[in-house]
Design a protein around this ligand. Structure first.
Ligand code: PAF
Length: 263
């Protein structure tokens, strides 16, 4: 298992299965690495806390960082390389002015609350793809909108990364149902109990019920919607529908989603 920080040492791993992360690895990330492993390709995991995707009022400085522990975790599930670049390696120049895929600007979803977030994600992921040059990349479905955006980004950039395939990996939950997230470490025991309202809400079949459930748990709702899972627009009976939630427990912002049957 190697830890690499520059582009040149990555060359032998071109064509790998790539798992981009911001570190603070947990069971959810380990499942992404296992999924990458199942492709049979060498597995590269990047650990890069991307400043471009945090707004000035977000938790960039407090974001949990522990490279040593992340390396041990990544190795335990068979990663071949941890790529831990500096900000200068990822952004030697002004970040690219990349065109945002359609799924990035959908009413009421992430964009309404974090207007610069997905631009920052796309810029970082595009650069990481340039540096790593993978054949497969694995994204968790917990960040469902992000997964869809990166899928569209790969299509939109039309061969920039060769024949790159994206794999969407299932959401991993704790025994209590809470989706694994690096931000769960911020939660007290009581707040974790409160946060379970999010898991309950994404099993509702109407937006009103979702909101009531979140309110009953004392959660601050950013959005609680049911959308067509292909377009993230209002359901149109053609594709499956997904319930998506972003809510705050104290100062901690959590997101989650699930397929729901609204027929
Ligand atoms: O999901 C994440 O951890 C980040 O948004 C990603 C994809 C690593 C880009 O910085």
């Amino acid at each position: 298992m190697r830890v690499i920080t520059n582009e040149i040492d990555l060359k032998p791993f071109r064509g790998c299965a790539f798992v981009p992360t911001m570190g603070a690895l947990h069971a959810g990330h380990l499942s992404l690495i296992r999924e990458a492993k199942s492709t049979g390709k060498p597995v590269v995991v990047s650990i890069f806390v991307n400043p471009e995707q945090f707004s000035p009022d977000e938790d960039l400085d407090q974001y949990p960082r522990n490279l040593e522990q992340d390396v041990v975790f990544a190795e335990s599930v068979g990663a071949d390389v941890v790529f831990a670049p500096s900000v200068e390696t990822v952004y030697p120049d002004t970040p690219e002015n990349i065109a945002l895929p359609k799924a990035a600007t959908r009413p009421q979803l992430e964009d309404a609350h974090r207007p610069t977030h997905f631009r920052g994600v796309c810029v970082a992921v595009a650069r990481l793809f340039d540096l790593v040059q993978p054949t497969y990349t694995v994204f968790g479905l917990k960040d469902y909108q992000q997964y869809l955006i990166i899928k569209q980004l790969i299509e939109q950039e039309d061969g920039r990364w060769g024949d790159l395939h994206i794999i969407g990996a299932d959401i991993i939950r704790g025994d209590d149902g809470l989706a694994m997230s690096s931000r769960n470490v911020y939660l007290s025991t009581d707040q974790r109990q409160q946060a379970l309202g999010i898991h309950e809400a994404i099993q509702c079949t109407t937006e009103d019920d979702m909101c009531c459930t979140l309110e009953n748990h004392g959660l601050e709702i950013e959005y609680a919607v049911i959308r067509d899972e292909q377009t993230l627009l209002e359901p149109c009976n053609e594709y499956p529908t997904r319930a998506l939630v972003a809510a705050k427990v104290g100062r901690t912002r959590l997101i989650d989603n699930a397929l729901v049957n609204i027929q």
